[in-house]
Design a protein. Structure first.
Length: 267
């Protein structure tokens, strides 16, 4: 019998919905597999009405394998004839279970309701390589169309000069299309304002993130900087750079002061 932790026990309560966050190796797949089996074994819910959705094919495969193993284990160990019969039935039906990635689940959903989704029932999905090819072809076509317009032609040539080549510009556009959700979010929430506001936002974001980065590291950084500098001074007490660095380090009392003096230390 597998021993569960108090947190896992709470997560196995199928009477309520839960949101679970946990580190790698903490037993998320185990908990999900157990919840899946509890729903099937402790309720009258048919297999076709239960879905287990993951992000990757690997995770879906691991979950399917874990559920299969648990079912086989229960079949071989239970003495309850009714439970055994129900478990064997689930095991036989498992091949048709909805244990898949979110992409596969959505594809199956669209195939079941193509009319409602305004899709051809015989639609097919494309892989990442094909999607990238279509993006590149679309960019090439758009380039040709824009180059026919005098103003657009001048703008594109300016961008090509700025980035160094047409290939680089096309690569950047392709990358922006793939990250379009982030780009649109930036445009709507940040880059729609005045230049001064955008500059202020970027500066404040940078400073805030640098402070977070150095928050717990300042004492360690100062310790090593002092140690290195002291070695230099021990070898040559008149070393001008080491003397200046020592002066700067002695004045640093906080992470804010360290950040403001990093450039001087670098020089």
């Amino acid at each position: 019998m597998t021993i569960v932790t108090p947190h896992q026990s709470k997560a196995l309560n199928i009477e309520k919905s839960i949101s679970l966050t946990a580190n790698a190796g903490s037993g998320k797949t185990f908990v999900l597999a157990q919840r899946y089996l509890q729903i099937l074994l402790d309720t009258s819910t048919p297999l076709s009405k239960v879905a287990a959705i993951t992000f990757t094919e690997k995770a879906a495969g691991e979950l399917y394998k874990r559920i299969s193993v648990e079912l086989d284990k229960l079949i071989s160990t239970t003495s309850d004839s009714e439970l055994k019969e129900k478990t064997e039935k689930i095991r036989k039906q498992l091949v048709s279970a909805k244990i898949s990635t979110i992409h596969s689940f959505c594809i199956d959903l669209l195939r079941d309701f193509p009319v409602e989704a305004s899709l051809d029932a015989n639609f097919s999905t494309i892989n990442e390589q094909k999607a990238n090819e279509l993006i590149d072809l679309t960019i090439e076509f758009s380039f040709k169309e824009l180059l026919r317009d005098y103003q657009s032609n001048a703008d594109i040539k300016k961008l090509i000069r700025l980035l160094g080549s047409q290939a680089r510009l096309m690569a950047e556009l392709s990358d922006m299309i793939k990250k379009r959700k982030n780009i649109i979010d930036l445009i709507n929430n940040y880059y729609s304002g005045k230049v001064y506001d955008i500059t202020n936002f970027l500066l404040n974001t940078f400073v805030r993130n640098v402070k977070i980065l150095f928050d717990n590291e300042v004492p360690e950084i100062l310790k090593h900087l002092n140690k290195i500098n002291q070695i230099v001074l021990n070898n040559n007490s008149k070393n001008e750079s080491a003397i200046e660095i020592q002066s700067v380090l002695e004045k640093i009392k906080s992470k804010e002061e360290l950040i403001s003096k990093l450039k001087k230390l670098k020089n």
